[in-house]
Design a protein around this ligand. Structure first.
Ligand code: ADP
Length: 313
């Protein structure tokens, strides 16, 4: 508990079980002013439970969590108006109109933002008089974002905010979150199982599985720490014998493709890998076409730490 104080969110050894299921099993992390932090993990990792505890919707069994300096176990009422929650779109009142909901939300906060401008920003200005129930899934999600920031909150919670959005909607929402947080004293915590979202939006990512923190850091730092190095692959002749490549540093696999083969290598450092590849090419005379060099991604880090592909998660 020594490091407590000053953060937007401070979580120490947080625990929550449902019967025999340990959903959150001793989680610790912080969110500082100016940060967008992503909880990245497969389904069932405990992300939503953690968020709901921090939103004041569930009580933890153990550990401690401060939100805007307030201990969640004492209730978040004193800081409630400084928190914005992007609700799952299914939680919106279906019978109200878009404009009515916006008015209602703005009434709950001491310093609300301009509701008309917000609806315009999320592309729903023409839907002001439409019933929420008549909106598409993507429109509801954009409305949920506008409502969450209507009160001009210091801290935003987003639970899988772009799960139902098309690419344009995702980009809009990412922009809105970034604008709200970057260079300000505000912050956002989101859950996602999209590596792309984590990489695009989060200043830091906490990888969680089975209710535990596996790693935390900037996307680049996580890649450098857990999956340093480079992947190199190229195409060569069909039916190239695997023995030709097996002795080359970092050889991973030979993948037969129609009319050719693709050879994959990975190594901690790119330069020695390319040097030994070139030496092998001189010795064996194989073709190198469509060479590609890639750095590891957060997805590789995730696979290494959890043993699972993020897309299956
Ligand atoms: P995530 O958001 O990462 O998918 P959750 O926090 O929703 O994870 O769930 C973590 C674990 O707790 C899962 O095993 C899930 O089945 C269980 N769980 C979540 N909510 C409940 C609940 N209300 N009752 C019983 N078990 C639950």
């Amino acid at each position: 508990m020594d490091n407590f104080g000053g953060g937007m969110i401070e979580v120490q050894d947080l625990r929550k079980s449902y019967g025999k299921t340990q959903a959150v099993a001793g989680l610790s992390f912080r969110v500082e002013p100016g940060e967008v932090v992503g909880l990245l993990g497969p389904n069932g990792a405990g992300k939503t439970t953690t968020m709901e505890i921090l939103e004041g919707l569930r009580r933890p069994d153990g550990g401690r969590a401060l939100v805007l300096g307030r201990d969640v176990s004492k209730g978040l009422q004193p800081v409630r108006t400084r928190i914005g929650i992007v609700l799952q779109s299914s939680a919106l009142l279906e019978r109200a109109t878009v404009g009515e909901l916006m008015r209602l939300y703005r009434l709950m906060y001491p310093e609300p933002q301009d509701g008309t401008a917000l609806l315009q920003r999320v592309g729903l200005a023409e839907k002001t008089d439409a019933q929420v129930g008549s909106l598409s899934g993507g429109q509801k999600q954009r409305l949920a974002m506008a409502l969450a920031i209507a009160g001009n909150p210091d801290l935003l919670f987003l639970d899988e905010p772009t799960a139902n959005l098309d690419p344009q909607g995702r980009a809009l929402l990412w922009d809105m979150v970034r604008e709200r947080v970057a260079g300000t004293g505000r912050a956002a915590l989101l859950t996602t199982h999209s590596m792309e979202e984590a990489q695009a939006l989060c200043s830091r990512v906490a990888i969680v599985d089975h209710g535990r923190l596996l790693a935390v850091g900037t996307p680049a730092a996580l890649v450098n720490e857990h999956c340093p190095g480079a992947h190199v692959s190229f195409e060569t002749e069909a039916q190239a014998p695997v023995e030709t490549f097996a002795g080359v540093e970092g050889f991973q696999s030979l993948e037969p493709q129609p009319g050719r083969s693709r050879v994959h290598f990975a190594a901690p450092r790119l330069e020695p890998l390319l040097a030994s590849l070139m030496a092998a090419q001189v010795a064996h005379g194989f073709a190198i076409e469509n060479l590609s060099v890639e750095r590891s991604t957060l997805g590789d880090v995730f696979l290494k730490l959890t043993g699972r592909e993020l897309r299956d998660a």
